[in-house]
Design a protein around this ligand. Structure first.
Ligand code: UD1
Length: 463
């Protein structure tokens, strides 16, 4: 197949399938069990940061297993705007960042995609100067970038934030960052990634303490190591990086998405289904599988990188506290709430990573769930049945939670807010269809027309 060249206006051209989301909704007729096999895509959070990491490379980056996502498309547009050449072929992406023509990232894109801010590390490392718009607030919390900034300052960068732009430059030393010992107040995934990337080309040794241990941090480290970076300790709280002068061409495959896999496991549990998921790295799902087993869900390994979920008889309640890896992932909290809403008993969910990430509770209640929220805690009283209704996803994982709830709800659920779902799930509706779910993407206008009709009295009732 011919590859497609990317330019700043077009972005990744081959990411169209089911992504024209702004005016579409998902209609789900719940109560059907799923079966067969679902293929898990490459990890969103790895893909985004590895694309940023390609800015470090003075050669060609051939990246495989790239998921088809709206966020990946946007990240491609950010790179294009920096003068980088991208070519996409199926799920592989070639990035040539030999030339970075500007140190200034486009405001309108970075403000839409937090992960693009992480490119400040590689841009600064390559050019000695970077101008990055602040990523801005977000539906799930304030999400500041102070840890990124303080780390770069410790490495010798002058950083000033003015008019919503983070201006950074490296004075002296030929514009090269200096290795440093950096303690992160909290194990931020993004800050760990920004600073690890910056340190690969810095002068001397950088030690990141209290670093994030997420599998995507390890994936980024492995990608950088494959380009010739010297990194040790990724996946532990202390990462040591010896700076090198240049990074070289690489051929690299992204890990499977543990959050997508976890969401499909919940889809299986909530519909009492049996099916197979692959590829997955079971170790990346340890906290998720442990919690599902506590709830009475049976999951077995079925060959290499392959999981089978078995039919669940009874869903037991469970308490959840979100934590940095290897604790329970905040990105799985919303889909789990849907499952706990149907458990046989009461559960508690404490969201401790983000301050405003329980907004899906009220939409789940619209489907008949019984959930009360107080600050960052949700009290979930299990109900026997959910009933379909129109609902609105308020962020990426909230939208996924509503889709899985809709799979179990009696009657028709209409999920709006697909622009969020499509940011992070690679054709979720099509994958569910292949598993046998009754799910359809229609335009908002079509959905409104149907609801309008269903509100009319039926012929039989007109006397
Ligand atoms: C990444 C993931 C996101 C996931 C999150 C936590 C990507 C693209 N996104 O987001 O899916 O939910 O990790 O696992 O990889 N914080 C600060 N100052 C900072 C940075 C973070 O206070 O400079 C706070 C945040 O507001 C938040 C907490 O630290 O409360 C965790 O955020 P962080 O780990 O940085 O998340 P992201 O990297 O943004």
């Amino acid at each position: 197949m011919e590859g497609s060249l990317i330019n700043p206006s077009s972005g990744l051209t081959d990411v169209k399938t089911s992504l024209e989301a702004d005016s579409s909704v998902l209609q789900i007729w719940g109560g059907h069990s799923l079966q067969g096999h679902v293929e898990i895509s490459g990890a969103k959070n790895s893909a985004l940061v590895i694309m940023a990491g390609a800015l470090l490379c003075s050669g060609d980056c051939h990246i495989r297993n790239v998921p088809k996502l709206a966020d990946v498309k946007k990240m491609g547009q950010v790179l294009s705007a920096l003068g980088v050449r991208l070519e996409q072929n199926g799920d592989t992406l070639d990035i040539d960042a030999r030339e970075i023509t500007t140190s200034k990232a486009p405001y309108e894109l970075v403000t839409q995609l937090r992960a693009s801010f992480f490119a400040i590390g590689p841009i600064l490392a390559r050019l000695g100067v970077a101008q990055m718009p602040l990523p801005g607030g977000c539906a799930i919390g304030a999400r500041p970038v102070d840890l990124h900034v303080r780390g770069l300052q410790a490495m010798g960068a002058e950083v000033q934030i003015e008019h919503g732009i983070c201006n950074a430059y490296v004075p002296g030393s030929g514009g090269r960052l200096q290795g440093a010992k950096i303690y992160l107040d909290s194990p931020s995934v993004g800050a760990t990634e920004t600073l690890m990337m910056a340190a690969t080309l810095a002068d001397g040794e950088t030690i990141l303490e209290n670093a994030a241990r997420e599998p995507e941090v390890v994936d980024l480290a492995n990608f950088c190591i494959a380009m010739g970076a010297k990194i040790e300790g990724a996946g532990t709280s202390t990462i040591t990086i010896q700076g090198v002068l240049k990074l070289h061409s690489v051929d690299y495959s992204i890990i499977p998405d543990r959050i997508e896999a976890g969401t499909f496991l919940i889809a299986g549990a909530i519909t009492r289904s049996e099916f197979i998921l692959s590829p997955v790295i079971p170790d990346h799902l340890t906290p998720v599988i442990a919690k599902l087993r506590e709830m009475g869900v049976r999951i077995v390994e079925d060959g290499h990188n392959c999981l089978r979920i078995l039919k669940t008889e009874k869903l037991l309640p469970a308490d959840i506290e979100t934590l940095p890896h290897p604790g329970f992932p905040t990105d799985m909290q919303a889909p789990f709430m849907s499952l706990l809403a149907m458990a046989d008993g009461d559960s508690l969910i404490n969201e401790s990573v983000f301050e405003n990430r329980l907004r899906h509770a009220s939409e789940l209640n619209r489907l008949g769930a019984d959930i009360r929220v107080k600050r960052n805690t949700a009290f979930v009283r299990g109900v026997q049945m959910l009933s379909g209704a129109p609902v609105l996803g308020t962020d990426l994982r909230a939208s996924a939670a509503l889709v899985v709830a809709g799979l179990a709800a009696e009657g028709k659920t209409t999920v709006q807010g697909l622009q969020f779902l499509d940011r992070g799930y690679d054709r979720m509706d099509l994958k569910l269809q292949q598993l046998g779910a009754k799910i359809l993407r229609v335009t908002q206008v079509e959905a409104d027309a149907e609801y309008g009709l269903s509100l009319l009295p039926s012929e039989a009732s007109i006397s």
